[in-house]
Design a protein around this ligand. Structure first.
Ligand SMILES: Cc1ncc(COP(=O)(O)O)c(C=O)c1O
Length: 390
């Protein structure tokens, strides 16, 4: 294995007062820099998981850090009812970054909240009772976003879902018409499904969804919470496929770890907005807006979209080694298909100092690294994979 990958000792810190709802990696993070995580013994781990697709700029990025410090010093919070230039700037910058024909931004705090609001707008606009979602899709854990999440019955918890939902088999164009009808308020879809294992639904399928939504008057919502905001090497997957949805939801990479999310709406959806229709306390706070502005600034000034495309291509060309038999996904949302259970490979990689993710597909190791990843880091992954038993 290459010099990067130190042996990492297992950490299992006590966590008595934390809700026991997350399984824990056997590794504690004490600090982080660039694409590296360090534990309290100074052992370093190459982070190809990115805090679950959040750390777009990696860790301790100077521009992002300075922007947050400066904003904290000047004004750390104000309500949406009081105008602030930073909020106006962040919204404008986000729309321009998207290179899509959106006319409004509603800032919220999480991906689930963005989806909740997108669905609510679709119901208000259409007065219909049904949403079509896609098998394998993950949209969050609130009442509406959980209702459209595939396989949520195991944890949903609410006594009933707030509207009718049906799930379409992803990629099956023939099946769309039966699910998307004149009862359908919205179709919600991750263009590249994250938790499912970096499953790229592909242009023909997404175009067919767009066409069907137009035919029946349903709203097309792209949930780009995980695949959006640069992760696929374009501002959004919508750009990659050349498809204009009615709404995009975005979170994760958007704030590089400062909690924030946004709902972008087309002119038609924006026209349905009125005073008091949507609301939030923290959404659009100046710290979040400073973070968003700093992330966009870094992506643009460091040409990170091109870097994402280049490094993605390099991973796909070089990392089909050892137990990895194929790859899927787009940009730096990639799935490595493994001959052995992905959890085994993930544990072996971590022992050698490389952090990766898994997926609901038990034979996919999922990569969600920072956009600043370089070929030298990929070489470490390749060498580590090559050293593992097939
Ligand atoms: C595609 C997608 N949508 C929505 C969500 C929910 O986002 P949040 O956890 O910020 O509510 C996630 C989180 O993993 C996601 O991957």
């Amino acid at each position: 294995m290459s010099s990067a990958a130190s042996k990492v000792a297992r950490d299992t810190p006590a966590r008595d007062f934390l809700a026991p709802v997350f399984s824990q990696y056997p590794f504690e993070v004490a600090s982080a820099q660039g694409v590296w995580l360090l534990n309290s013994r100074g052992e370093r781990v190459l982070d190809l998981y990115g805090g679950h697709a959040v750390a777009a700029l990696g860790y301790a990025h100077p521009g992002w850090t300075d922007a947050l410090i400066a904003q904290a010093r000047s004004c750390n919070f104000q309500t949406n009812a009081i105008p602030m230039r930073i909020r106006v700037r962040a919204a404008e910058r986000l729309v321009r970054f998207s290179k899509l024909d959106f006319t409004s931004v509603f800032f919220v705090n999480s991906g689930a909240e963005a989806n909740e609001n997108a669905l609510r707008l679709a119901f208000r606009m259409t007065s219909r009772p049904h949403v079509a979602a896609v098998e394998g899709g993950f949209h969050g854990r609130t009442a509406a976003s959980g209702a459209v999440t595939w396989g949520s019955d195991g944890w949903y918890g609410f006594p009933r879902k707030p509207f009718d939902v049906s799930f379409m088999p992803g990629g099956d164009i023939e099946a769309i018409a039966a699910h998307v009808t004149d009862r359908t308020a919205a179709v919600i879809v991750e263009p590249v499904q994250g938790l499912a294992g970096a499953v790229d639904l592909g242009r023909p399928y997404l175009e067919a969804l767009r066409r069907r939504c137009d035919e029946v008057g349903a709203q097309l919502i792209f949930d780009e919470v995980q695949c959006g905001f640069g992760r696929v090497g374009h501002p959004f997957a919508a750009n990659l496929y050349g498809i204009m949805p009615d709404m995009i939801t975005v979170a994760k990479a958007l704030g590089n770890g400062f909690p924030c999310a946004a709902l972008l709406t087309s002119a038609k959806v924006s026209a349905s907005l009125s005073l008091g229709l949507l609301g939030t306390t923290y959404g659009g706070g100046p710290m979040a807006c400073a973070a968003i502005e700093a992330v966009i600034e870094a992506i643009e000034s460091q040409d990170l979209l091109a870097n994402v495309r280049r490094v993605s291509d390099y991973i796909r060309r070089t990392c089909i080694v050892g137990p990895v038999k194929a790859s899927q996904g787009e940009g730096l949302l990639l799935g490595l298909r493994t001959s052995r259970p992905a959890k085994q490979i993930q544990a072996e990689l971590l022992e050698g100092g490389i952090l990766t993710g898994t997926a609901s597909d038990g034979h996919i190791v999922r990569l969600l690294p920072p956009f600043i990843l370089q070929e030298e880091h990929v070489d470490m992954l390749r060498d580590a994979l090559a050293s593992l038993p097939e």
